[in-house]
Write a protein that binds this ligand. Structure first.
Ligand SMILES: Nc1ncnc2c1ncn2[C@@H]1O[C@H](COP(=O)(O)OP(=O)(O)O)[C@@H](O)[C@H]1O
Ligand SMILES: [Mg+2]
Length: 290
């Protein structure tokens, strides 16, 4: 069952400007990466009209890890699609790293998307006819096709995800956790500074979810900005900020001060340690490898 914003409780400071038209960027950031003002998205006409986003104002700074929560249909995916330049708003302005991207032509948008933004889709969206290596290398190949260097880079990244033995598997041969790791590897291959993840652990067991979240934490720790849609309140422990949406609006915006970027490194290490402790795994020494 989906967990909604209503049954998540906080004892954390709520941003003082919630309810106003504008959310200030938190202290972890300098210039905003994402600046949305009066963003509206309407699907359909007349009787079929749906206001998916209703005058959203949102500013996200460099290095924030923002969790987006809310009931199904409240506009989370629509928001990510707009931020990721996959869709355009009906009204409002969007500045991405200070640039008015709404005015960009499609080809320029595609270039920005390809270079700066990594998507982890809800349903993975791997290409079924391509093997794992080709899927991961795909964002590198749009302009000049697949070459050896692309393959090398994809191979290296897959190794960091523990998937070096799966390079030539087809997507249907992977488990859910492996598929999601491949999807994240593909999202990261271009070293994007913004990661957009739509319920990245939605269909995973807790062990695989933890692997994915550790990876996102590592990416966050490297200074990247992450927007993650989730229904799981447990995952808020990874975020530096949580936004709740309802009926196309932001109804609360909370900074999770304990989880700011600077504390991420400690958290990352301790999570790994805790995981090992729980599973009774000792660090593999050179001696035991022999
Ligand atoms: N392409 C579309 N055409 C028509 N309505 C849409 C489309 N995409 C989303 N919607 C509607 O917009 C609202 C928000 O959808 P969505 O952003 O997918 O919600 P969430 O991701 O929070 O579940 C829903 O009412 C949905 O039915
Ligand atoms: Mg959705």
């Amino acid at each position: 069952m989906a967990t909604t914003s209503e049954n998540t409780s906080f004892s954390l400071p709520v941003r003082s400007d919630v309810g106003r038209a504008f959310f200030a960027a938190p202290s972890t950031s300098s210039a905003p990466v994402i600046e949305l003002r009066g963003i509206q998205k309407i699907f359909g006409y007349d009787d079929t009209e749906t206001i998916a986003l209703d005058k959203i104002d949102l500013v996200i700074g460099h290095g924030e890890f923002v969790a987006i929560m809310g009931q199904s249909g409240c506009g989370k995916t629509t928001l990510l699609n707009l931020v990721g330049l996959l869709d355009r708003p009906t009204a409002g302005s969007y500045l991405l790293n200070g640039r008015d991207v709404a005015k960009f032509r499609a080809s320029r948008k595609a270039r920005v998307r390809n270079r700066e933004i990594g998507f982890v889709f809800q349903n993975f969206n791997l290409i079924h006819k391509l093997n794992v290596l080709e899927n991961v290398a795909l964002p590198l190949t749009y302009r000049r096709g697949l070459n050896f260097r692309h393959q090398q880079r994809a191979s290296l990244l897959l190794k960091t995800f523990g998937l070096q033995n799966r390079e030539y598997y087809m997507p249907y041969q992977l488990s859910g956790g492996q598929t999601q790791r491949v999807a994240i590897a593909r999202a990261l291959i271009n070293k994007p500074s913004i990661i957009l993840a739509d319920e990245p652990t939605g269909n995973l067991d807790s062990q695989n979810a933890e692997i994915i979240m550790d990876e996102l934490t590592r990416i966050h720790h490297e200074g990247n900005t992450i927007l993650m849609v989730t229904h799981n309140p447990d995952l808020l422990s990874y975020a530096s900020r949580v936004i709740h949406m309802k009926d196309g609006r932001i109804i609360s915006d909370v900074e999770l001060t304990e989880n700011k970027a600077y504390s991420t490194a400690t958290k990352f290490v301790s999570r790994r340690k805790n995981l090992r402790r729980r599973r009774g795994i000792r660090r593999t020494t050179k001696r035991s490898k022999r």
